[in-house]
Design a protein around this ligand. Structure first.
Ligand SMILES: NC(=O)c1ccc[n+]([C@@H]2O[C@H](COP(=O)([O-])OP(=O)(O)OC[C@H]3O[C@@H](n4cnc5c(N)ncnc54)[C@H](O)[C@@H]3O)[C@@H](O)[C@H]2O)c1
Length: 477
């Protein structure tokens, strides 16, 4: 099939490359000239395991090309995928301008029947809007060309995107057109070989399914983070609790890791967008709002720990930060918890020495001024990030951070203090290594509150981290 993909970001590039890999003829279109030049020059502008090789292979085979010229792309493609960004507007609703602009372009340029597929994450009703925009553009040209609009949300995970695309656990197709559904079946057949994972539903339900999935996953994380906050105040180790509840198949082990909050380009914006959609139809989505509020609070937990540990005296201190991407195996720093931490540290006059296995280019792009001023020092490796720092903070659970040489950590830091935002280290081991260790929700190992069996918890006996009022004054909000 001839496939056109609008948007060559994480979703568009992976989608196009995977379609090309199974033999389709794919053209990727983007408005970002630099991105297209890099792709045409053999570079892959994002980090996604395995993607570079796959793009190279399909470019060499002539099945995958890139252009900024939509005319070239639209004319050739029987199927046109919209994979452009849908970032949040200030009020939390989705900015659909890129999707709408693609719809208009397709309507203006198409000369043959098309199946237009919305793969971007879009609020309910957007595919209807795409249909209306294309129809209007055709009417303005005074032509009648048949077309269908299909919703096909993407569920890939950054860091495992190719695997997810090649071996999907579901392919959601929203359409009421038998012809369009048949074309989608044909296009996805190579990814469906042992049994069909294609689920056909109406367009609106398909659009909503994507938000439902992300909202559920975000809810699991915020739920666990809320429990972690309670756990540490009552002397409970949330890691034991996690294992204790995950064994229940109704709960399961996935997505119940407490940490320093969820980030990335999807969960934060999708939860907010769904909440805004609910509000627009007069429904107050209390749970979604709480999920978001808990996450915002959680993204400040590491900074609060650091602040409390240093008695509020952070001006002139240097913190080593391991992990900048919002999760391992990606270079994506959009809405990453690391950013909340380092920006708070800068506000109180601290410096950051950071290392991430893949996100260093992104870090430089996000914070050119801070790199220039020396507020952000980008180290070449994890050990260099530690040199002369006052403490280490781990923001992302990259595998390389799981078994560090603790002798080096101890020798490089001014004082051996580790704030572990992902609970990848064992508090008992840290104690044996004589490292002061702060995890998330690891109450039992940090401070044992004294329990008065008659009166409940004696709050005064709890360490300052857990006290209601913080001796040094509250950290800046
Ligand atoms: N990143 C993920 O893990 C993921 C997963 C599932 C769904 N999604 C959704 O997929 C969509 C794309 O996400 P992404 O992470 O790939 O975004 P991205 O920011 O990485 O890429 C978007 C690309 O679209 C291009 N673009 C913008 N306007 C354009 C236009 N008019 N014509 C052509 N190209 C245009 C941009 O230049 C950019 O290269 C979003 O709606 C997102 O919510 C993302």
């Amino acid at each position: 099939m001839h496939v056109t993909i609008f948007g060559t970001g994480y979703v568009g590039l992976v989608t196009g490359t995977c379609f090309a890999d199974v033999g389709n003829d794919v053209v990727g279109v983007d408005i970002d000239q630099n991105r297209i030049d890099r792709l045409n020059g053999g570079e892959v502008p994002i980090y996604e395991p395995g993607l570079k090789e796959m793009v190279g292979r399909n470019r060499r085979a002539g099945r995958l090309t890139f252009t900024t010229d939509p005319a070239v792309a639209v004319v050739g493609g029987e199927m046109v995928f919209i994979c452009v960004g849908t970032p949040p507007l200030p009020d939390g609703s989705s900015d659909l301008r890129a999707v709408e602009s693609v719809a208009k372009t397709v309507g203006e340029l198409m000369t043959e029947p098309k199946i237009i597929v919305t793969k971007s994450t879009v609020p309910v009703g957007t595919s209807d809007r795409v249909r209306a925009i294309v129809s209007r553009a055709l009417a303005e040209r005074g032509v009648e060309i048949p077309f269908e609009v299909v919703s096909n949300p993407e569920f890939l995970k950054e860091g495992a995107a190719i695997d997810d695309f090649m071996k999907p656990d579901r392919i959601v197709v929203g359409s009421d057109s038998p012809k369009a559904i048949e074309s989608m079946r044909e296009l996805y057949a190579p990814f469906n070989r042992n049994h069909s994972r294609l689920m056909v539903m109406d367009v609106r339900s398909s659009e909503f399914t994507k938000y439902a999935a992300n909202a559920m996953l975000a809810t699991k994380i915020s739920f666990m983070n809320e429990l972690a906050s309670i756990a540490e105040r009552v002397g409970v180790d949330i890691e034991s609790v996690r294992v204790g509840i995950g064994s229940d198949p109704r709960i399961g082990y996935s997505f119940i890791y407490p940490g320093c909050g969820y980030g990335g380009s999807c969960f934060p914006k999708d939860v907010r967008s769904l909440e805004r959609v609910a509000a627009s139809v007069g429904y107050d989505a209390q749970l979604l709002r709480a999920v978001e509020d808990v996450n915002e609070r959680q993204k400040r937990v590491l900074f609060q720990r650091v602040w409390e540990h240093f008695g509020g005296k952070l001006a002139g201190k240097t913190l080593a930060v391991w992990g900048l991407s919002f999760k391992p195996n990606t270079d994506d720093m959009r809405d990453a918890p690391s950013r909340a931490l380092i920006e708070s540290l800068w506000e109180v006059g601290a410096k950051v020495r950071a290392f991430d296995p893949e996100a260093m280019v992104e870090a430089r792009r996000h914070y050119p001024a801070e790199v220039g001023s020396g507020a952000l020092i980008l180290a070449d490796n994890e050990e260099e990030a530690l040199e002369g720092a006052d403490a280490l903070v781990i923001c992302t659970e990259w595998r390389a951070f799981r078994s560090p040489d603790w002798d080096v950590v101890r020798a490089s830091l001014k004082r051996p203090v580790v704030f572990d935002g992902r609970n990848i280290h064992d508090p008992e081991r840290m104690e044996r290594e004589e490292i002061t260790y702060y995890g998330i929700g690891r109450g039992a190992s940090i401070t044992q509150p004294e329990l008065d069996p008659l009166d409940g918890f004696v709050r005064e006996a709890v360490g300052s981290v857990y006290a209601d009022g913080i001796a040094q004054g509250a950290p800046p909000t």
